[in-house]
Structures are given as structure tokens and as C-alpha cells.
Design a protein around this ligand. Structure first.
Ligand code: HDD
Length: 749
């Protein structure tokens, strides 16, 4: 047998042989100088895995752990290895017969790396594919103790949570800011089992029966022939469905309102939509609706902002969420309950509580706060956590139960079913982000991707071989007990209760509850969306629906479409507006809001001080300058090339920077207007856009001349002053209302 040559000898021999064949410019070529790199190259230990990244503990049937390691994740030791733990010398070159190849089939590392890569993608969610998630904590006030025995709602209890926000219609890579409903799904890792509150930012749904879910989604998704439009409801199939299927009109009205274009996930309400049944320690039941109330209030983008962001920053909501958490402006919501007596009729104030197209106005049943949610940690790995998290409305702890809402009943089937395909088998609850924090002792075995090493021989009951383990929980052991609701003796039918036939009264309630500017936005949204439809019959049919909601709304949209306004076909509902539905007219904190500060590097009057004050107020200053790097000793976050108005909640102009070399010529400059030519045209554009989007604008020093050139001085919400501090204080007061609403035209009262 030949002695095995040392690797070093082989490499040196190859280098000798190939000398002159390869140029030394080829990095890593034998004989070439080692590539120079700036980064440190000393091996270092990876970050320790986080607790929830551990593999599930293998447990015996009696609940004892088997001692198998719980940190079987992909990051151990300092060196690069194969998936089997063999250390690798090189991951940049395939194994070849000589430097010029061919590549050898025996190269296991090459095949393993490419094969794994080939299978990196999993099917995206069939709906809610686009989203972002974060970890946090829920702290209970104890105010729900009278209505539910759920332990996580006991006073002072804290529970880990994971929240995923999403859009509904778009694909995984689609833009965040499109007009759509938003998902707001929360996983409470309670010590009595996981509770998933799989909610939306709109309190009603398009359909009353889950059997129609595929229909509404097929109508909303891109057309099957060309697969366009992406992440849009402004197309024929969507409006065809909702105009034929009039129970969708209430949800559609919310979508066309500012609720369809949220400013931030942090500024959205969340709604459990369905009525749930709570049961307390005494076995008494109550019907409830779940609400999330954001600390920062409910705010929206303007339509033009959403469209600009779709191109300039399609990740706007994702970035906003993560930037806020990383800046320490932790998003917060209060969980609240609307509580109704559990009567046989399951109605409240004449509203059918099983109808998911209806709300109960807060004026009739106030939302009572029961705890606070704080999101305080971004994911470590987006795929592992956000993509693989799996929610299910049937994940309920003791004390929370379902009702017969036919939409909820169908959802109880759908969520496990969809994970089987999406997450590749029945063991998705063992994926770290899905692992309950309560001890698990099930008799589910085997299947694809089984992580647990189950001990024992008897995963069945009753058994004697594993000592009868596991045992059913007895009275007082905190088991989930289904509320023994009486099921009415009734014929089997495919039918709805008669009360489900009212499709327009609450759409009208919503419309009447809006302020003039919100009504204006709704009119424009309908006009835009229907204007994008090609079929006349669909536009006319939707106008007939709007006629049954409100004649003014219908007439305004009809005018925009150039069509006659039809007469109502049902009497207009006599409903009282609900002030709680409007987003306008209240004052809110400005935590984590973004303040753009345009600076002239030549004159930095007050800028450092204003920047400190913005930080001090819990907001995020972004310095915008003609070039990157620093101005003075201040870091520049955006240049005139990378920054755009839509990123900022308010704009401060602290100088009049002259056109930078990369600026396109301004129209006025071409025409010889010397005045405008003095300022970089992109700064003027920022001011114009912020003004159009009703954002507060402030300027001092030379910045005031910029506002003058943009023609906005003296208009509402535009502040000028002698010092930066004074201007910032005035702008901050304006921010509490979110926007300078007076700047929006409103044609309807
Ligand atoms: Fe659903 C995902 C919310 C009706 C079937 N749904 C999903 C998500 C949210 C909601 C927030 C994303 C979860 C995540 O971030 O992973 N869905 C709702 C609400 C509904 C609703 C509030 C009505 C009140 N959904 C609904 C019906 C069905 C589904 C009627 C089917 C009959 N939903 C699904 C699903 C999804 C889903 C197909 C896709 C991905 C997933 O479940 O995990 O099973």
C-alpha cells in the first residue's frame, strides 16, 4: 500500500506543476499570494443558542427528561463543518481533477451544500404570505379573572408571546404598504398550553361561512391567466365577488377606509373577529370579543405614500417594526374584552354575535382592558421564527372556548391542515418557535421531521406496560374542559340564520362614523379601485351596493367613474354612528416616530441639539445631507439620493443646501429662475411631498428660505422660528394628531 501523502505535499506538488499556468490574480490559486481581507479571521465561538432554539426535550411517558441535548441547532463550535460535524478546510472550491477540472462527483460537501440550497424554500402561506414577526411579553392586569379561569390572565402573570403581522393577498416578497387587511396573530406561550389569538386589523370578515373562504381568496388573488395584479384588490375578480356577495360589503368598506393602509403595524388595532366563550372558575360562561388597542393610536398612510413606498421601500412596515424595537421604542397594545351575557339567542343589542360580518359598537359594550402586550425582541432568524411559526384558532387554554360562528368552525379545520403541506408533516409543533412552553406529554408519534426521542413502549391508553402513563388530568388538575353547551335539536341544513341576511346596515354605520377627511379617502379609494376594473357591469353592480349603504358615497363614486348613481334597493338602515371607529380627532404619543432633518453641511446651527432633543423625546432623528458619512461630527443617515419624504413622519429643514453634483436639474433652474436653483431640487421635493401628505414641517435659519421657495410658509402645520428647539417643540405638538388634517380637502360633510 502506498503511504498517504500529507495534504500539504499534495498542494505544493500541484502548485509546482501548475506554476505559470495560473496567474497569481486568481484568488486562492496555488502559489498565489493569500487574499487580503479586512475582516477578522480568527475563529470565534458562535453566539450561544437562545433558549427557544433548543430541540424539544425528549421525555419519557412519566414526563422525565431523557437527558438528550436540547441545543441541537446549527451553531456549535468555532469551525465550519458539514451537516454531520466534519470540519471543512474549504467551502469555496469544488473538488476537481486538477485546478481546471472536471469536478468530481465524490465531492460530498459540494453535493450536500447545493442539495440543501435547492430545497431551502418552502411553500409560502396560501394567504398572509407576507409578514413580519417579533417576540414579546404579555402582562395581565387581573381584570379578566371574573370571566375566565385562564391562568395567563391572572393578575400580574407574565407570558412570553410571539406576534406575526401580515398582509393577506400578496406573495411573500410583495410590498408591505398595499391596500389590504392586515393579520395580527399572537401566540401566547401560557403554562397551561399555547393560546393563539389569530386576529386581523379589521373586526369583520368578508364571508359568514368558512366554506366560502377559497372563493373570496381566489377572487382577491391575481387573475389565473396572467397572474396579475400582485397584492391588490383593485381588479375585476375581487369586485366581481364582493359585489355579488353582498355580505362582503362591510369588510370591503373597512378596506377602502384608512384602515386598509396602516402607517405601521405598531399603530393598528387587532380584532379576534369572532365571538368566543369564556368560562370562569365557577363554571359560569360569558361571550366575548377580543380587541388589541395600540398605545400609539390607530394611524394610516396616505394613498400616495403607500404607492411611493411600494417602490421606494417595499419593506416599510417590516423595517418600521424592527427599527422601533431596536431603538428601544417597544410597541405596546392593551388586550381588551367586550363582554356579553351568554344567552341562548347569542345576541347583544339585537346584533347576532355569531355573525362575523358584524361589530358591536364600543359605545354599546365598552372594551375593558385586561393586560398589556409589549414587543421587545426581533427574531434571530427570520425563516426559523417568522416563516415557520404556525398559528391555529383552536389552540386554546382552559377558560377560553369557541362558539358556533360558522366561520370560526371552519377555521378550526383549516390551520392544521395547511401546516401539513407548508411545514412538511405533522410534527410542526416541535419547531422551536411553535414549541409550547407548557410541558408536553402527548401520544403523537413518528412522522416526517420527528425531533423527539420518545421513550416507553406504550403510546396508547389504557396501558399497563408504561405504568398507565400518561394519565388524563382529573378535576382540579387544570385540564381543558369543553363548555357543555346544549346543541339545539334541529334538522341538518345548509342555511344561515335569518339575521345573517342584513348586509348593509353596518357598512352604513361605519361610513356615518367617519370624519369628513376619512369619508373623502373612502370615496377616493372606491373610485380608484373600481376605476381599475375593466368590466362595466361590475362597476355598476358595486355602485348598486353603495346605494344601499349611503346615497352621498354612491353619488361621489359614481361621478368619479363617470356613471349614473343608482337608487337604493333596500331601505337605508337607521343606525347611530360610533365615534370609536374614527381615527381622527384624538391626541397620541409619538414614540418611535421618524423625524427627517435636512441639513446644509456648511451651516449646522442647532442641528446637534435638535437631534438630541428628538432622541430625548423617544423619536428617531434621520439626518439628510447632500452626501453620506458625517456632517461636522454628526452621522448622516440619508442622502438626497437615498432619502425620500415618505420615510418621515415630520420634516425639519435646518439649512438650504445648494444642488449636489448628482442632482437632476430643476425645472425652474432651466427656466432661469435663480431663486429655486439655489437649493437642491430634491429638498424642495421633500418639502412639497411632506406638505401634500399633511405632515408637520418646521424650519429655522436658512431652512426658512427653502420653505418659502417651496411656497408652503404660512399654511397650517408649517412652523418657522428662530431656533431649532423652539420649532421642534411646536412640531411635536402637531404630531400628536398624526397629521395636519386641515390640509386635506374634504368635499363631503
Ligand atoms: Fe385565516 C392564516 C386571520 C379566516 C385559513 N389567518 C391566517 C393568518 C391570520 C389569519 C392573521 C396568518 C397567520 C400567520 O401569521 O401565520 N383568518 C384570519 C381571520 C379570519 C380568517 C381573522 C376571520 C375572522 N382563515 C380564515 C378562514 C380560513 C382561514 C375562514 C379557512 C377556512 N388562514 C387560513 C389558513 C392560513 C391562515 C389557510 C394560511 C397560513 C396559515 O393559515 O397558517 O389556514
Amino acid at each position: 500500500r502506498k503511504p498517504v501523502k500529507a495534504v500539504k505535499d499534495v498542494v505544493e506538488a500541484a502548485a509546482e506543476k501548475m506554476a505559470g499556468v495560473l496567474t497569481s490574480e486568481v484568488p486562492g490559486a496555488p502559489g498565489s499570494a493569500p487574499p487580503t481581507v479586512d475582516e477578522p479571521t480568527t475563529p470565534h465561538d458562535p453566539l450561544p443558542p437562545k433558549a427557544e432554539q433548543g430541540a424539544p426535550e425528549a421525555r419519557t411517558p412519566t414526563g422525565a427528561t431523557t437527558g438528550a441535548p436540547t441545543t441541537a441547532n446549527g451553531q456549535q463550535g468555532a469551525f465550519l463543518t458539514t451537516s454531520q460535524g466534519a470540519r471543512l478546510r474549504d467551502t469555496d472550491h469544488s473538488l476537481k481533477a486538477g485546478p481546471r477540472g472536471p469536478v468530481l462527483l465524490q465531492d460530498h460537501h459540494l453535493r450536500e451544500k447545493i442539495t440543501h440550497f435547492d430545497h431551502e424554500r418552502i411553500p409560502e402561506r396560501v394567504v398572509h404570505a407576507r409578514g413580519a414577526g417579533a417576540h414579546g411579553v404579555f402582562e395581565a392586569y387581573g381584570t379578566a379573572e371574573g370571566v375566565t379561569k385562564a391562568g395567563f390572565l391572572r393578575k400580574g402573570r407574565t407570558t412570553d408571546v410571539f406576534v406575526r403581522f401580515s398582509t393577506v393577498l400578496g406573495s411573500r416578497g410583495s410590498a408591505d404598504t398595499v391596500r389590504d387587511t392586515r393579520g395580527f396573530a399572537t401566540k401566547f406561550y401560557t403554562d397551561e398550553g399555547t393560546f393563539d389569538l389569530v386576529a386581523n386589523n379589521i373586526p369583520v370578515f368578508f364571508i359568514q361561512d368558512a366554506v366560502k373562504f377559497p372563493d373570496v381568496i381566489h377572487a382577491g388573488k391575481p387573475h389565473p391567466d396572467r397572474e396579475i395584479p400582485q397584492a391588490q384588490s383593485a381588479h375585476d375578480t375581487f369586485w366581481d365577488f364582493v359585489s355579488l356577495h353582498t355580505e362582503a360589503q362591510h369588510h370591503t368598506m373597512w378596506n377602502m377606509s384608512d384602515r386598509g393602509v396602516p402607517r405601521s403595524y405598531r399603530m393598528m388595532e387587532g380584532f379576534g373577529v369572532h365571538t368566543f366563550r369564556l368560562v370562569n372558575d365557577a363554571g359560569e360562561t360569558a361571550l366575548v370579543k377580543f380587541h388589541w388597542k395600540p398605545k400609539l393610536g390607530v394611524h394610516s398612510l396616505t394613498w400616495e405614500e403607500t404607492q411611493m413606498l411600494g417602490g421606494m421601500d417595499p419593506d416599510f412596515h417590516r423595517r418600521d417594526l424592527y427599527d422601533a424595537i431596536e431603538a428601544g421604542a417597544f410597541p405596546e397594545w392593551e388586550l381588551g374584552l367586550q363582554v356579553f351575557p351568554d344567552t341562548p339567542e347569542e345576541t347583544f343589542a339585537g346584533i347576532d354575535l355569531l355573525d362575523p360580518t358584524k361589530i358591536v359598537p364600543e359605545e354599546l359594550a365598552p372594551v375593558q382592558p385586561v393586560g398589556r402586550l409589549t414587543l421587545n425582541r426581533t427574531p434571530t432568524n427570520f425563516f426559523a421564527e417568522v416563516e415557520q411559526v404556525a398559528f391555529h384558532p383552536g389552540h386554546l387554554p382552559p377558560g377560553i372556548d369557541v362558539t358556533n360562528d360558522p366561520l370560526l368552525q371552519g377555521r378550526l379545520f383549516s390551520y392544521v391542515d395547511t401546516q401539513l403541506t407548508r411545514l412538511g408533516g405533522p410534527n410542526f409543533s416541535q419547531i422551536p418557535v411553535n414549541r409550547p412552553h407548557a410541558p408536553v406529554n402527548d401520544m403523537l408519534r413518528d412522522g416526517f421531521h420527528q425531533q423527539a426521542v420518545h421513550a416507553g413502549v406504550a403510546p396508547y391508553r389504557p396501558n399497563s406496560l408504561d405504568g398507565g402513563n400518561p394519565f388524563p388530568a382529573g378535576d382540579g388538575d387544570g385540564a381543558f374542559v369543553d363548555v357543555p353547551v346544549t346543541v339545539a335539536e334541529a334538522p341538518k341544513v345548509r342555511a344561515n340564520p335569518v339575521s345573517f341576511d342584513d348586509h348593509f346596515s353596518q357598512a352604513r354605520l361605519f361610513w356615518l362614523s367617519m370624519s369628513p377627511v376619512e369619508k373623502e379617502h373612502i370615496i377616493r379609494a372606491y373610485t380608484f379601485e373600481l376605476g381599475k376594473c375593466h368590466h362595466q357591469a361590475i362597476k355598476e353592480r358595486q355602485l348598486r351596493c353603495l346605494a344601499n349603504v349611503d346615497p352621498v358615497l354612491c353619488a361621489e363614486v359614481a361621478t368619479g367613474l363617470g356613471l349614473p348613481a343608482p337608487e337604493p334597493t333596500v331601505p337605508l338602515a337607521d343606525v347611530a354612528p360610533s365615534a370609536a371607529l374614527s381615527q381622527v380627532g384624538r391626541q397620541w404619543p409619538a414614540d418611535g416616530r421618524t423625524v427627517g432633518i435636512v441639513v446644509d453641511p456648511a451651516r449646522l446651527d442647532d442641528v446637534a441639539e435638535v437631534r438630541r432633543a428628538v432622541f430625548g423625546a423617544g423619536m428617531v432623528p434621520l439626518l439628510v445631507a447632500p452626501h453620506g458619512g458625517t456632517v461636522g461630527d454628526l452621522p448622516v443617515q440619508r442622502t438626497f439620493a437615498t432619502g425620500r419624504s415618505v420615510e418621515f413622519d415630520v420634516l425639519l429643514v435646518a439649512g438650504a443646501p445648494a444642488p449636489a453634483p448628482d442632482a437632476l436639474p430643476a425645472r425652474d433652474a432651466k427656466a432661469g429662475a435663480a431663486d429655486s436653483a439655489n437649493v437642491d431640487p430634491r429638498v424642495l421635493l421633500m418639502v412639497e411631498e411632506c406638505w401634500r401628505h399633511a405632515k408637520a414641517i418646521g424650519a429655522w435659519g436658512a431652512g426658512v428660505t427653502v420653505l418659502r421657495q417651496a411656497g408652503v410658509t404660512g399654511t397650517p402645520g408649517v412652523v418657522t422660528g428662530d431656533s431649532g428647539g423652539e420649532v421642534l417643540a411646536a412640531v411635536q405638538r402637531l404630531m400628536a394628531a398624526h397629521r395636519v388634517w386641515e390640509r386635506f380637502p374634504a368635499t363631503v360633510a
